[in-house]
Design a protein around this ligand. Structure first.
Ligand SMILES: [Zn+2]
Ligand SMILES: [Zn+2]
Ligand SMILES: [Zn+2]
Ligand SMILES: [Zn+2]
Ligand SMILES: [Zn+2]
Length: 143
């Protein structure tokens, strides 16, 4: 009968107070207080979205063709002079001029200075950012 008399008290878990710390190491940043910048993947730089990382953009003056159409003859290379078809004196019959603003229709990307990359605006080039969960302390409060 003694086993039964013991009853619930015997199976109840020990309720002795275990010292529970009020903070633990932040699981999100592993206690470092910093996490890899998700925006740049830790590189500190991101591909320039203006030039798609190429460092060059399509020339806005010639639309990437590398040639500017002659305004005098509308690109035809010739003009009508009283019914006579004459070679356009402005473009000398070519109908267009090489574009002065680009090389082969490509302009230097001013946004990234031609590097194709921009400093990550989220982490300011550090590659890591303060852990938002622990606010950079590396600790999490237990509730
Ligand atoms: Zn151009
Ligand atoms: Zn012309
Ligand atoms: Zn660029
Ligand atoms: Zn970043
Ligand atoms: Zn953290």
């Amino acid at each position: 009968m003694s086993a039964l008399a013991c009853g619930a008290a015997c199976v109840a878990p020990a309720l002795a107070e275990v010292a529970v710390p009020d903070t633990i190491t932040c699981v999100y940043c592993d206690g470092s207080g910093e996490v890899t910048c998700a925006y740049c993947d830790g590189n500190g730089a991101v591909e320039c979205n203006y030039c798609d990382g190429t460092g060059k953009i399509t020339c806005t003056f010639c639309n990437g063709t590398g040639r500017i159409r002659c305004a005098e003859c509308f690109g035809k290379g010739y003009l009508y002079n009283g019914g006579d078809r004459v070679k356009c004196p402005t473009c000398k019959g070519a109908g267009s001029f090489p574009c002065d603003y680009c090389v082969d229709g490509k302009m230097f990307c001013e946004v990234c200075r031609g590097s194709g990359e921009r400093t990550c605006i989220v982490c300011d080039g550090y590659g890591s950012v303060q852990c938002a969960v622990c606010k950079g302390t590396g600790k999490m409060k237990l509730k």
